[in-house]
Design a protein around this ligand. Structure first.
Ligand code: AMP
Length: 430
């Protein structure tokens, strides 16, 4: 089978690393890929949002399956356009991808289906939004409706902060058209959990739970990022919580969309806030999280090609996923300046020392190769390790991270701190 993966981050490297293990694969391509991906797949320089270019490439190269990593091509309808020419793809259609592409769409669906989420108002007129904020008070959260690279969410401790956020998003159009509408919602307290499931539109199968670290600096301080690290399985995700999330959130969403004529296929990711054993939805993503994908794919034993095929052909019923019982942790190594403007082009040293690493993989994200491997983005590498406990996986990952270097490299030193503070992982291992 000839497979094309769309994207060029750590998630896509992990997907290709896992796909490559399948005996069913005959050729692997990635658009656009990165320096690490280039060692396991043929990289083609088509940007991941060039829908026409990707469809043409898939047709010209007899691609049997296209796996779409990031959200943008999904919301732009890549899966639909591949379908139009008779090609198979893993990921939701543009209609289904609205769950991530429009926060108003997602929140209204949640309200309609009575799925637990923060109380909210949706506005296309800034004056109405201002009146609402003044009425309900702070703390409150302001969210741009459309895709804003994870930067469109403002946690506002005071009313003035919310008014400023409305000004920036709706009037100054900080995120362009993504800020034409906003959601203003209740501030929720609790602990965050990433919950992903895979679905063919009818059957919904949970993936192993994971937790990530969104803030740039230790102690969960600093600005939000795409994710500075992740681990799986977190102690927060008990069997009872998983059952509750599947029954009260994941399955109703897939069924609710189907009732509106929207068949959701692919990975459905719910960002949850958990408090006292109950979960509320913060947001949906319509693809694997990154870096969560890196820890999950390291733990997954099931053949990924077989799994994706079952999703694409509506044969997911009866699928039981096989997971490595060990824990996994990922430490993201970031470039100087991240999550702001980053310095690119720095030579990365020390990768040879982790090339034959037995208990882990260094997944590449923002890297390129020109005789040397160089930094080429904000999140540069995902150092991902297995261990008998989260504590061991974290230790193993940090030991590998310490061998890698470039000027300005930074990473968090406290990945897994919430799990380690609880002293046990989900298997009850200390
Ligand atoms: P989102 O992209 O909607 O997940 O928001 C990004 C981050 O903002 C989340 O991971 C949370 O840390 C935080 N967040 C979003 N919505 C809320 C909320 N209603 N209450 C508290 N924190 C929130």
């Amino acid at each position: 089978m000839r497979i094309l993966v769309v994207g060029g981050g750590g998630r896509e490297h992990a997907l290709l690393w896992k796909l490559k293990q399948s005996p069913r694969v005959t050729a692997l391509f990635c658009a656009p890929g990165n320096a690490g991906i280039a060692s396991i797949a043929e990289c083609v320089s088509i940007p991941s949002d060039d829908v026409k270019g990707l469809v043409r490439f898939a047709l010209d190269n007899a691609i049997d399956l296209t796996v779409v990593g990031p959200e943008l091509p999904l919301t732009l309808g890549l899966v639909d356009r591949l379908g139009d020419v008779g090609l198979r793809a893993f990921g939701p259609t543009a209609a289904a991808a609205q769950l991530e592409g429009s926060k108003v769409f997602a929140k209204e669906l949640l309200r309609q289906l009575r799925i637990p989420t923060a109380f909210f108002g949706a506005f296309d007129d800034p004056d109405d939004a201002v009146r609402y904020v003044q009425e309900v008070g702070a703390p409150i959260v302001v969210k741009a409706d459309g895709l804003a690279s994870g930067k469109g969410v403002f946690i506002c401790p005071r009313v003035e902060d919310a008014l400023e956020a409305i000004e920036q998003v709706m009037r100054s159009r900080l995120f362009g058209d993504a800020g034409g509408r906003i959601v203003v919602e209740e501030f929720l307290e609790g602990e965050e959990l990433s919950f992903m499931a895979i679905t063919d539109g009818t059957t919904v199968v949970p993936l192993a739970p994971a937790q990530d670290h969104k803030r740039a600096f230790d102690g969960d301080h600093g600005p939000n990022t795409g994710g500075m690290g992740a681990y799986s399985p977190p102690p927060l995700a008990t069997r009872a919580l998983e059952k509750h999330v599947m029954r009260d959130i994941m399955e109703p969403v897939v069924r609710g969309l189907a009732a509106q004529g929207i068949r959701y296929t692919g990975v459905l990711y719910a960002g949850l806030m958990v408090s006292e054993g109950r979960a509320k939805v913060l947001e949906f993503n319509v693809r694997f999280g990154d870096p969560e994908a890196q820890v999950l794919l390291l733990r997954l034993r099931t053949d990924l090609v077989e799994l994706f095929e079952r999703v694409c052909t509506g044969r997911l019923a009866g699928t039981v996923l096989d997971w490595d019982p060990r824990a996994a942790a990922c430490i993201v190594l970031a470039a100087e300046g991240y999550p702001g403007t980053v310095v690119k082009g720095q030579e990365i040293t020390g990768l040879d020392g982790v090339a034959d690493w037995k208990d882990g993989v260094v997944f590449h994200a923002g890297t390129r190769y020109d005789g040397a491997v160089r930094t080429d983005g904000g999140r540069v590498l995902g150092v991902t390790a297995l261990g008998s406990t989260i504590a061991e996986a974290v230790r193993e990952a940090y030991a590998a991270a310490e061998r890698i270097h470039w000027p300005g490299m930074h990473y968090r030193r406290d990945i897994g701190h919430r799990a380690l503070a609880r002293g046990k992982d989900a298997h009850g291992n200390a």
